[in-house]
Write a protein that binds this ligand. Structure first.
Ligand code: SF4
Ligand code: SF4
Length: 332
């Protein structure tokens, strides 16, 4: 069933032409797409090497891999402190860096025990457009998400949407205006059963052991099956070269190429360094991040204290993003 595909309205682009472009983009990717330029401080190879090195350092310090939830280590809750909350101890099993190849993923998956990163968004606290704008700006600027104004070709990782549009099943003639008027942030839900992973023919979209749905841009052939399959419209496609649309190129994340799909990666590159996601930092306490598998984590406490909902639960995708409908005392 396909619903709420607010970004799946694929522009009317000639398929043959697009396929030709995407194949060209795909074949050019190893040589051109990620080639360093004067304005591209980090290329994908450097990025992966950095992630791999960070992973090895973590593994070396561990001796053996033990899940954060089993260690009782603090969960990452950057939203509460507004900054660098959590610790590397809470991130030892963050899994391979986003963009890892299937081989790297398999290697990193061996011996990793259960851990599932998730987000809880307090929709009452996050009720102002400027907070939402700040969150989106923090994410998009640091991830080199292009600012393309045409809604048919725009690229976005996190954005605001009407509450009722997100949760159509909640709407009725008596439904509280308090919620109806809210604009809530939407992003990839890092589903436990992701439709996008099932349809991806190349493994460019994959599931990490820590619950993050990752992307390997080099493997993406631009078929856009994932855009069609995702029931949340959480994916974007680079119909054009995104780099001219970047005001500044951030050194924190690789730029992408024409013909490649993309989406939120839950700041996997930051988790590897013990940092909370950008959106959580920018939310000033309105978003919580942590290990859903750890009953002692702040996110689990918030979910225990507050009424929470997820988008389109009837689809069985099991999103890892929760929306809290009232503020709880323990996480305020
Ligand atoms: S929200 Fe969409 S893109 Fe994200 S994991 Fe779920 S199905 Fe995939
Ligand atoms: S467009 Fe989506 S489904 Fe197709 S290869 Fe790329 S990530 Fe996979």
């Amino acid at each position: 069933m396909l619903r709420m595909n607010d970004q799946n309205a694929i522009p009317s682009v000639d398929y043959a032409e697009t396929r030709e472009e995407t194949v060209m983009a795909s074949t050019a990717m190893t040589s051109t797409a990620m080639t360093p330029t004067a304005t591209t401080p980090m290329i994908r190879r450097d990025f992966l090497k950095g992630g791999l090195a960070a992973g090895l350092i973590c593994l070396g310090s561990l001796g053996s891999i033990t899940c954060v939830s089993l260690m009782g280590a603090p969960s990452l809750t950057g939203g509460l402190s507004g900054g660098r909350a959590g610790s590397l101890a809470g991130l030892k099993n963050a899994g391979p860096t986003v963009g890892a190849t299937a081989t790297e993923l398999e290697a990193d998956a061996s011996g990793v025990t259960q851990c599932r990163w998730g987000l809880a968004i307090d929709v009452i606290k996050l009720n102002e457009r400027d907070i939402l704008d700040r969150i989106a700006a923090a994410c998009h600027t640091n991830h080199n998400v292009p600012q393309i104004d045409d809604p048919k070709t725009e690229v976005k990782w996190i954005w605001g949407s009407d509450f009722v549009h997100c949760f159509p099943e909640m709407d009725n003639e008596y439904f509280s205006d308090k919620y109806k008027k809210l604009v809530v942030p939407v992003l990839c839900n890092h589903c436990e059963n992701p439709a996008c992973v099932r349809v991806c023919p190349t493994g460019a979209t994959f599931k990490r052991p820590d619950g993050i749905t990752g992307m390997d841009y080099h493997r993406c052939i631009g078929c856009r099956y994932c855009l069609t399959a995702c029931p949340y419209g959480a994916r974007s496609f680079n119909f054009t070269d995104p780099r001219p649309y970047l005001e500044d190129v951030s050194p924190n994340y690789p730029t992408r190429a024409k013909g490649v799909a993309e989406k939120c990666n839950l700041c996997a590159e930051r988790l590897d360094r013990g940092l909370a996601p950008y959106c959580v930092e920018a939310s000033r306490g309105a978003m919580l991040f942590g290990d859903l598998a750890d009953p002692a984590s702040e996110i689990r406490k918030a979910l225990a204290d507050c009424l929470s909902i997820r988008r389109l639960p009837e689809l069985g995708t099991e999103p890892s993003v929760f929306y809290l409908l009232r503020s709880g005392d323990t996480h305020a």
